[in-house]
Design a protein around this ligand. Sequence first.
Ligand code: HEM
Length: 187
Amino acid sequence: VSSPVLWYATRATGLVAMLLLTATILLGIFTTARFHRPNWPRFAQQSLHRNVSLLTLAFVTVHVLTSVLDTYVHIGWSAIFVPFASHYRPFWVGLGSIALDLFLAVLISSVVRHWISARIWRGLHWLAYASWPVAIAHGIGTGTDAWRSWSTSLTLACVLAVIVSLVWRVSRPLTTVTAGGPSRIDR
Ligand code: HEM
């Protein structure tokens, strides 16, 4: 099938997925760094973080399905998970596959969290920090809209938001997430 509708859907869902992935990272940073208000308890933050990550997965799923189903360019089913297997722009689409693989590792490790050690879970969860910049590079490298001013502004806003939150996060006392929620590590 080759249809402009599929192509528009790929572009739109790609951008929304980037915004949602950024929101997921920000919520993760705030939850771990114990940023909470009396009227916004931590369990609400954690469940928002989880739900936004699932919404991200939903948009990424539509994004990859529409991009592969649109036969105007040949991407191929394997390229969804196998980096650089796409016939179309193998490098830039390959970055998308890597971002998706890393994101899935984070999600799956959270699903099986109670069966793996906290150390392994945390190590895998940190892959989120790798997934996000790779997804941003993928969007900039292959997006039709990437160099339009509104799209560049959105990407820049995402990058700035994550950098500022990370700086804020590392300037606070170190915390770690355990099954019962974040707990402090003494330096
Ligand atoms: C976490 C995973 C991913 C995220 C967050 C993401 C996000 C994005 C973004 C933001 C764009 C730019 C949209 C635009 O400006 O037009 C884009 C484009 C694109 N993505 Fe992804 N992507 C991901 C994974 C993938 C995967 C695995 C594939 C391949 C199977 C893929 C295929 C494409 C294609 C073909 C385009 C170019 C669409 C166009 O022609 O404009 N993406 N993606």
